[in-house]
Design a protein around this ligand. Structure first.
Ligand code: F6R
Length: 610
């Protein structure tokens, strides 16, 4: 979704703002712009397309500008043109917006009747003109903002610059993320703390219903009733280097390769190496009243949803309560049955996904205990949940989620095991075996990552295929779904994931000698049935690409191509190993097809609109 960045200080800021936007490129966007205020005037440059195009216009801004705002736009209302790009400007006022103004039509009609003309097709421009009109009768910016926000429905993270107050930037947050960064003789804001990483680690995340005013040396905050607020900045624990490519061709490739380290660090952080016990305090579990929990509902979107589905194979089995997994966008738009005995768990890399956030707020309002599994500290979902298990996978910049997925699965496994132990649902023997399986995981993940070269060769054979089917059973069914999602996201190839047992209920009609079928068949309970499904595909001349055990000669002999993968004694942990070849497959196919791997078309990293 849109990215916003703002700067106010004592040094020229155009380059700093542009670099901030570059760090937000991963979020997905289709046009961009920057406005600065200098010499009492607003100056703007905008461009459709990528930032490289905007960069050519930066020379048109006064270089002695000490305050300004930049925006990358992910089009919702109006095509991705220069005209529709932000900042929007009216006279001495400039505005950037991340979110959607739902009642923009009605406001636009009112403003047109009042003589205002619109330069863009965006919903955002109505906020600009509303504010400009209000400032005529309410000449103080804060008061004018308090008046106009009462008229806005929807989600908005706003940045505002006004020549009437040339030493301040204003921010408003409702629904869309806004974070303030504090520096020495300069302050900043952005839609995502990643944008600020090289500038500062001292940040204040605005809550919904808050307004901020930044000067080069002060930060003031108010709520929407106008009451002044005080907030102590939090300290980010990510380094600027962790958000760089570090020599890899793409972020996606870097993040796939980071998985052995992320898995090892997570286990080291959450499992005491001496006692072999999971640290339930660090996991956020001690803040929950488990005696009350009779069922668990997971809510999530996309890849996070598939990770949550794997919790059925660890949390449900370990804890012995019913686990259901819901797409956040569906869950929030019906009236689900929830009671105080339901624990609702949101799973999210970004912590900002609008649908997942709405679910957790709804569950809290219904009196449920709420829990989050999240990667980004201080983001909106952890701030709304009773307690959070932080994944600590480090910044994930590639739009297609990779290390966050494996990290989520590991967190579900640890959560299930820890809760089971607390509730005395596992014997010390079973607990010990599970910890043993965990200890072997980092080495196995390392071996999975080292198979990259072979998968690149497989990708070279199939990258021109217009369709793919992925199939698996049990936990590997989720890996089939995730493998298909990864492939379509980054390569734009049509791909579907199916449960092996479902193939004959319809999808088998698609099989012919042109159809590559990726069969995920580790040596688990479902293995023999998967082999039968592979035979069914072969009988219809389907082209089988197998993902299975290195020593499985039977399966190998049935496949046109075979990707060996390390094995785990636990079905849920096995998914961490079997997804890695599919991440590589999607990546290398995308590279062969020449797509924009890290920022695939139409996608955004952080989906902050419904
Ligand atoms: C897929 C992908 C998306 C996200 C989904 C949820 O590769 O990245 O499907 O998983 O948008 O995002 P988070 O986890 O940030 O809530």
């Amino acid at each position: 979704m849109c990215g916003v960045v703002g700067f106010i200080g004592k040094r020229p800021c155009v380059r700093t703002i542009f670099e901030g936007l570059q760090r937000l490129e991963y979020r997905g966007y289709d046009s961009a712009g920057i406005a600065t205020l200098s010499g009492g005037k607003i100056h703007t440059v905008k461009s459709d397309g990528k930032l490289a195009r905007l960069e050519g216009h930066l020379k048109d801004l006064p270089q002695e500008s000490f305050m300004g705002m930049g925006h990358t736009r992910w089009a919702t209302h109006g095509a991705p043109t220069t005209q529709n790009a932000h900042p929007h400007v009216s006279g001495d006022l400039a505005l950037i917006h991340n979110g959607i103004i739902e009642n923009y039509r009605e406001l636009k009609n009112e403003l047109i009747k009042d003589g205002y003309s619109f330069k863009s097709e965006t919903d955002s421009e109505v906020v600009l003109h509303l504010l400009s009109r209000e400032l005529k009768s309410t000449p103080k910016m804060k008061d004018a903002l308090l008046k106009i926000i009462a008229r806005l429905h929807g989600a908005y993270g706003l940045g505002i610059m006004w020549a009437g107050e040339p030493d301040a930037l204003y921010l408003v947050k409702q629904g869309s993320p806004v974070v303030i960064g504090t520096g020495t003789d300069e302050n900043y804001f952005a839609s995502d703390a990643l944008a600020l990483l090289p500038l500062t680690k001292s940040v204040i995340f605005l809550n919904d219903g808050e307004i901020g005013r930044l000067t080069k040396s002060t930060v003031e905050l108010w709520d929407f009733s106008g009451k002044q607020l005080t907030r102590v900045p939090s300290v980010l624990n990510w380094t600027a280097a962790s958000a760089e490519k570090q020599g890899y061709r793409h972020y996606m490739l870097k993040e796939i390769h980071e998985q052995p380290a992320v898995i090892a660090q997570t286990i080291a952080r959450l499992v005491d190496s001496k006692t072999g016990k999971i640290d339930t305090k660090e996991m956020g579990i001690d803040d929950l009243d488990l005696s009350q929990v009779k069922s668990i509902v997971y809510v999530a979107c996309g890849t996070a949803y598939y990770s949550a589905m794997i919790s059925k194979y660890c949390v449900e089995q370990f804890v012995g309560v019913s686990v259901s997994v819901e797409l956040a966008s569906e869950f929030r738009n019906r009236d689900p049955y929830l009671d105080k005995e339901t624990l609702v768990i949101a799973v999210t890399q970004s912590g900002e996904t609008a649908d997942t956030l709405a679910c957790i707020k709804h569950a809290a309002a219904k009196g449920c205990q709420t829990f989050a599994v999240c990667n980004v500290r201080f983001s909106s979902i952890p701030r709304s949940a009773k307690s959070t298990l932080y994944m600590e996978a480090g910044p994930e910049v590639g739009v297609a989620s990779t290390k966050a997925f494996t990290s989520m699965v590991l967190c579900h496994y640890l959560f299930g095991l820890a809760v089971a132990e607390k509730k005395k649902r596992v014997t010390p023997e079973v607990y010990g075996q599970a910890i043993q399986a965990l200890k072997q995981l980092p080495m196995a993940v390392d071996r999975a990552v080292n198979a990259a070269g072979l998968i690149e060769d497989v990708a070279a054979k199939y990258y021109e295929s217009p369709n793919f089917i992925f199939m698996g059973r049990g936990p590997s069914y989720m890996i089939a779904l995730e493998g298909a999602l990864k492939l379509k996201e980054v390569s734009y190839i049509h791909a579907e994931g199916y449960a092996g047992g479902e193939l004959k209920h319809g999808p088998i009609a698609l099989i012919d000698r042109h159809m590559p079928v990726v069969a995920v068949a580790p040596q688990d309970f479902h293995y023999e049935k998967m082999i039968s499904n592979v035979e069914e595909v072969r009988a219809r001349e389907g082209v089988v690409i197998g993902v299975g055990d290195l020593n499985d000669d039977k399966f190998k002999s049935l496949c046109r191509d075979y990707i060996p993968c390390p094995q785990s004694s636990d079905g849920a942990l096995q998914t961490i190993l079997t997804v890695i070849p599919l991440q590589f497959l999607a990546y290398y196919i995308a590279v062969k097809r020449g797509t924009d791997v890290d920022q695939p078309r139409n996608l955004a990293k952080s989906v902050t609109v419904e």
